[in-house]
Design a protein around this ligand. Structure first.
Ligand SMILES: Nc1nc2c(ncn2[C@@H]2O[C@H](COP(=O)(O)OP(=O)(O)OP(=O)(O)O)[C@@H](O)[C@H]2O)c(=O)[nH]1
Length: 307
C-alpha cells in the first residue's frame, strides 16, 4: 500500500505555480454560469429566492502567475448570496473580498448575476391575473476603489405603427366613399352595421411585439425598486403584454393599442421621459426593438438619461 508522508503530497497546487507559458496579464478570469440561489427584493418588500446563474471574475495582473484561485471566489459568492437579499452595498463588499482573497494578483473584480423575477399581473378588465417573468441581469465591477453596478431588464409591449394606422384609415374612408354615394341619404343603422363588418373596415394597421431593454445604475446603496421602475415604463408605454386574457381584456388591449400608436422613436422617448425624473436611477441606457411584422428586420432606437 502506498503511504504518502503529507496530506498535501498528492495535491499539487498548479494555480499557485509560476509557469513558463504564463507571460501575460489577463483582463478577466473566473467562473461563469455558477448555479446558485439568490434572494432578491424588487423593492416591494417581498424577498424571493430564485435560481440564478452567477459569474465571478478578477483580473490577473501578475504575468508570471499561472492562475487565480477559483475556489476562493466560489466560496465567497456562495456565502454572500446566502446571507440575505442582494443590495448594492452587499455586492460591493463581496467584490472587495474577491480582491482581498487575491492580494498581489488582482486589482479589478466583477460579479454578474442573472435570473428571472416573476410578478403577478392583473388582467385589464376581467377579474383574473397571470405571471410575467422579467429577466434580470446584475453586472457589478470594482476597479481599485471605483464601484459600478448596473441592472438590466426587459419590458415587452405591443406597438402599433402610426403610419400604418393612418394608411388604414384612408383606405376605410375610400371604401366608405365607394360604398355610400355622395347623393345617397345616410341611414345611421346601415352605417353602424357597415362599421361592424370586415367588408367595411377593409384595412388594419400592423402591430408587433416589442422589447425595451433597460440598463440602469441605481442611485442608492440598498435594494433597487425594480418593480416600481418596470411599472413606470409599462405605464408610459400603455401597451404591456398581457397574461390571462378574456374577450373583454382583449378589447381593452385593442383600445390601448389604438390610443398608443408608436414608432420605436416614440417608445424610446416615452421611456426616456419616465426614467429621467426617477430619483432612484443615477443613470440609464435603453434600447427599444420593434420586431416588425412589416419587415423581416427590427426597428430600433437607443436613448439615455436627459440631463
Ligand atoms: N486557475 C484555474 N483553476 C482551475 C481551472 N479549471 C479548474 N480549476 C481548478 O480549481 C481548483 C481550485 O483552485 P484553487 O482555488 O487555487 O484551490 P486551492 O489551491 O485548493 O485553494 P487555495 O488554497 O485557497 O488556493 C483547482 O483544483 C484548479 O485545478 C482553470 O481554468 N483555472
Amino acid at each position: 500500500m502506498y503511504i504518502h508522508d503529507s496530506p498535501t503530497r498528492l495535491l499539487p497546487d498548479v494555480a499557485s505555480q509560476e509557469h513558463a507559458l504564463a507571460i501575460g496579464t489577463l483582463d478577466w478570469v473566473g467562473m461563469d454560469g455558477m448555479e446558485m440561489p439568490v434572494a432578491f427584493d424588487a423593492g416591494d418588500g417581498d424577498v424571493r429566492s430564485t435560481g440564478a446563474r452567477v459569474g465571478a471574475f478578477v483580473n490577473l495582473t501578475k504575468p508570471e502567475a499561472r492562475g487565480i484561485h477559483m475556489s476562493r471566489l466560489y466560496l465567497l459568492v456562495s456565502e454572500a448570496l446566502s446571507s440575505g437579499p442582494l443590495t448594492s452595498a452587499g455586492i460591493r463588499a463581496l467584490l472587495e473580498s474577491f480582491l482581498a482573497s487575491h492580494d498581489g494578483l488582482s486589482d479589478h473584480a466583477r460579479l454578474t448575476v442573472g435570473f428571472e423575477h416573476l410578478v403577478r399581473r392583473r388582467s385589464l378588465r376581467s377579474d383574473n391575473s397571470g405571471w410575467r417573468a422579467y429577466p434580470i441581469t446584475i453586472d457589478a465591477t470594482l476597479t481599485g476603489s471605483q464601484f459600478r453596478i448596473e441592472i438590466t431588464t426587459d419590458v415587452v409591449y405591443s406597438s402599433t405603427c402610426p403610419a400604418s394606422a393612418a394608411l388604414s384609415r384612408q383606405l376605410i374612408q375610400d371604401n366608405f366613399a365607394k360604398t355610400f354615394a355622395a347623393d345617397q341619404p345616410l341611414d345611421r343603422e346601415t352605417i353602424l352595421a357597415w362599421l361592424g363588418t370586415e367588408q367595411g373596415i377593409v384595412a388594419t394597421p400592423h402591430a408587433q411585439r416589442s422589447t425595451a431593454t433597460i440598463r440602469v445604475r441605481p442611485a442608492g446603496d440598498g435594494v433597487f425598486p425594480l418593480i416600481g421602475m418596470i411599472d413606470n415604463v409599462e405605464a408610459a408605454l400603455g401597451t404591456p403584454v398581457q397574461t390571462a386574457v378574456k374577450r373583454a381584456d382583449e378589447q381593452a388591449f385593442a383600445l390601448a393599442n389604438g390610443q398608443n400608436l408608436m414608432f420605436c422613436e416614440d417608445a424610446a422617448r416615452r421611456i426616456q421621459k419616465a426614467l429621467s425624473s426617477d430619483p432612484n436611477i443615477a443613470d440609464f441606457h435603453l434600447r427599444v426593438a420593434h420586431h416588425e411584422s412589416l419587415h423581416p428586420h427590427d426597428a430600433v432606437a437607443f436613448a439615455s438619461k436627459v440631463r
